[in-house]
Design a protein around this ligand. Structure first.
Ligand SMILES: Nc1ncnc2c1ncn2[C@@H]1O[C@H](COP(=O)(O)OP(=O)(O)O)[C@@H](O)[C@H]1O
Ligand SMILES: O=c1ccn([C@@H]2O[C@H](COP(=O)(O)OP(=O)(O)O)[C@@H](O)[C@H]2O)c(=O)[nH]1
Ligand SMILES: [Mg+2]
Length: 229
């Protein structure tokens, strides 16, 4: 079985650098029952909304985060992109990150939170959409401790495993992890490490499940009410 996760965060305007962070959304497929998820409701207004988006590999997190950011004025921070930028730079972490991504494993929180913090601090923006993070409970705790913000809303993009695999294999961006073996591993990692994060936010009453099957436009229309007051 395949599973996927995507994450986005939005943040509320705030005074200090770290307060600016918005939690994003994640996309993933899951075996959780619908009763475990909250659904988007009309009183989830913006501004003041902090969002976290979750979903599995290829579910469309990045695609939807880009549209959300453009439409609602967020700065889109993809942690995957931050990590890939490190690989192509002279970063001391480059080799480790490449090996980790190639295997479909998770980079340590020490590195990812450091990169996120730097991206936020060097940006002049005051609202961010964080995509594809946190992927583990350790990520979540480290992020909330260091960034100092807990998301109010977590978007969960739900898609069947076969469709996620199909989207990954057709992504055509030359990524080292866009292959069958790595994606299967990523789905296992999702189930073992990311699903607990989803459950955490479900229990906190912050999870919003979005059906990620359909066209990009159709999915965006399902997301839109969350950002529209
Ligand atoms: N609703 C959709 N239907 C079909 N393909 C999609 C859809 N949304 C995104 N894609 C495509 O699927 C691939 C993975 O999308 P991406 O946004 O990178 O997902 P993720 O960030 O969750 O891994 C891309 O090639 C993208 O163009
Ligand atoms: O918080 C994160 C985000 C990404 N990754 C690594 O980067 C890869 C690609 O992540 P990305 O979000 O770009 O993938 P997507 O889900 O969009 O396909 C993951 O499989 C991990 O190896 C990580 O370790 N921690
Ligand atoms: Mg992505």
């Amino acid at each position: 079985m395949f599973r996927r996760v995507t994450t986005l965060f939005t943040s509320a305007p705030k005074p200090s650098l770290l307060n600016q962070v918005a939690y994003g959304c994640s996309l993933y497929t899951t075996r959780m029952s619908d009763s475990e998820h909250r659904h988007v409701h009309s009183d989830c207004g913006y501004p003041g909304l902090k969002e976290l988006c979750k979903g599995g590999p290829g579910v469309g997190k990045g695609t939807q985060c880009t549209r959300i950011a453009e439409t609602y004025g967020f700065t889109h921070l993809s942690v995957g992109d931050l990590l890939r930028n490190e690989i192509s730079s002279t970063s001391e972490y480059g080799d480790m990150i490449l090996e980790t991504i190639t295997k479909g494993k998770i980079v340590s929180s020490e590195v990812t939170v450091k990169l996120l913090k730097k991206a936020i601090e060097t940006s002049e923006a005051d609202r961010f959409l964080v995509d594809g993070f946190p992927r583990t409970e350790e990520n979540r705790v480290a992020y909330e401790q260091i960034i100092g913000i807990e998301p109010e809303v977590v978007l969960f993009f739900d898609c069947d495993e076969e469709e996620m695999m199909k989207r990954v294999l057709h992504r055509n961006q030359g990524r080292v992890d866009d292959n069958i073996d790595t994606t299967i591993e990523r789905l296992k990692v999702f189930e073992a490490y990311t699903l607990p994060v989803i459950r955490y936010y479900t229990e906190k009453g912050k999870l919003y499940k979005i059906n990620a099957i359909g066209t990009e436009d159709e999915i965006f229309e399902r997301v839109r009410p969350i950002f529209s007051t």
